[in-house]
Ligand binder design. Structure first.
Ligand code: PLP
Length: 375
């Protein structure tokens, strides 16, 4: 069957934006520098203002945003970095990439995020940084986690790749609490470029200066290099796309929340299906709408056969990856994470989807569980 409901649709996004984006891009090609052009500065400042941070440094990807942040903090060989066992693998990639050891911890079973109590138990003498992940778009309690870190002199680096714009329980935007915060602008994210991109936010001027050097081959001036570092800059073209999209981010996040409310209204009482927990203090901007179901694979196959795309975030946690075989963990070490890997299913929730499409997904989920006939 052909796709009736995609998980997202970039063509719809850009068709809706083209009237504004087209002329901006034309001007950019005719007037700006391709590398670190004026649009990069403008977007960095706009995004920093949006978060409530002093500085933002655009880089090549979210993974690089994490890795360069850890480098800027001086994290390297012999250091430990605490993060969630159920994160997207890139968080772990960045920690391993700077030579540090990832110390993974199982998340809270209800929110699937880390809590201050969980982090406290994992802090040790070698811990240099903690990287909480605002998973699926739900803000993690980073103000509390930050307090636990500050007591021990440990740096907080937020992984905000899935939660642009979400407010954590104290009302602050995700990414404005940690010493540093990493964002991804992969096209699939709530704020996405037309290609790869990333950013580090901070209110520490010294770290911002260091990051501008680290993203640009370690250059301290045109011909001088202070440290060997990658070439990982946010493209001028991507910055222009992101600058326009940032104006719509709150509207789009509200649309995601509307779709989530629609799912909750229709799917709340289905035995065998667990919806994402409501945790009203922490905002959820629904990068993903992740349900849990013991018969996950059968439900996914039913949806696929009915033209509804549902995907998995994530079926193999980092410690169970081939790449993770030397991390020192084994099957069974993280029961919450491993149960999630077996049961999670992401229903379509992009802002460009229509209410009718969300209704179709609901119809098909209900049909799978024997509520009403599927048309
Ligand atoms: C997407 C993502 C990243 C990596 O971002 P890229 O831009 O794809 O490199 C890191 N962490 C999390 C939680 C992500 O979802």
């Amino acid at each position: 069957m052909k796709t009736r409901v995609p998980s997202k649709d970039y063509r719809r996004q850009y068709a809706a934006l083209w009237g504004e984006l087209g002329p901006r891009l034309e001007r950019l090609f005719l007037e700006e520098e391709p590398v670190l052009g004026a649009s990069v500065d403008a977007f960095e400042q706009a995004f920093a203002n949006y978060l409530g941070c002093a500085h933002a440094v655009g880089v090549g990807s979210g993974t690089d945003a994490l890795a360069l942040s850890l480098r800027a903090l001086g994290v390297g060989e012999g250091d430990e970095v605490v993060t969630a066992a159920n994160t997207f693998v890139a968080t772990v990639t960045a920690i391993v990439g700077v030579g540090a050891r990832p110390v993974l911890i199982d998340p809270d079973p209800v929110t699937l995020n880390l809590t201050a109590a969980l982090v406290e138990r994992a802090l040790g003498p070698r811990t240099r940084a903690v990287v909480p992940v605002h998973l699926y778009g739900r803000a993690a309690p980073v103000v509390e986690i930050e307090a636990a870190c500050a007591e021990r002199g440990v740096a907080l680096l937020e992984d905000g790749a899935q939660a642009h714009g979400a407010r954590e329980p104290s009302g602050r935007r995700v990414g404005s609490v940690g010493r540093l915060a990493a964002f991804s602008f992969h096209p699939s994210k709530n704020l996405g470029a037309f290609g790869d991109g990333g950013l580090v936010a901070t209110s520490d001027a010294e770290l911002a200066r260091e990051l501008r050097c680290l993203r640009n081959l370690g250059k301290t001036s045109k011909y001088e290099v202070g440290t060997f570092a990658p070439n990982s800059k946010l493209d001028t073209l991507q910055a222009a796309v992101l600058g326009l999209k940032l104006e719509y981010l709150d509207t789009w996040n509200a649309r995601r929340q509307e779709h989530a409310a629609h799912y909750r209204a229709r799917l709340a009482d289905v035995p065998g299906l667990t919806l994402p927990a409501e945790a009203p203090a922490a905002e959820h901007v629904y990068h993903l709408f992740v349900v849990r179901c013991a018969e996950r694979d059968a439900l996914r196959e039913h949806l696929r056969s009915r033209g509804v795309t549902a995907s998995l975030h994530y079926p193999i946690p980092p410690h169970r990856q081939l790449a993770g075989r030397d991390l020192g963990y084994a099957a069974g070490d993280f029961p919450v994470t491993e149960d999630a890997a077996r049961t999670v299913l992401s229903l379509p929730i992009a802002p460009e989807l229509t209410g009718d499409e969300i209704a179709t997904v609901c119809d098909e989920v209900l049909a799978f569980f024997g509520h009403g006939a599927s048309s």
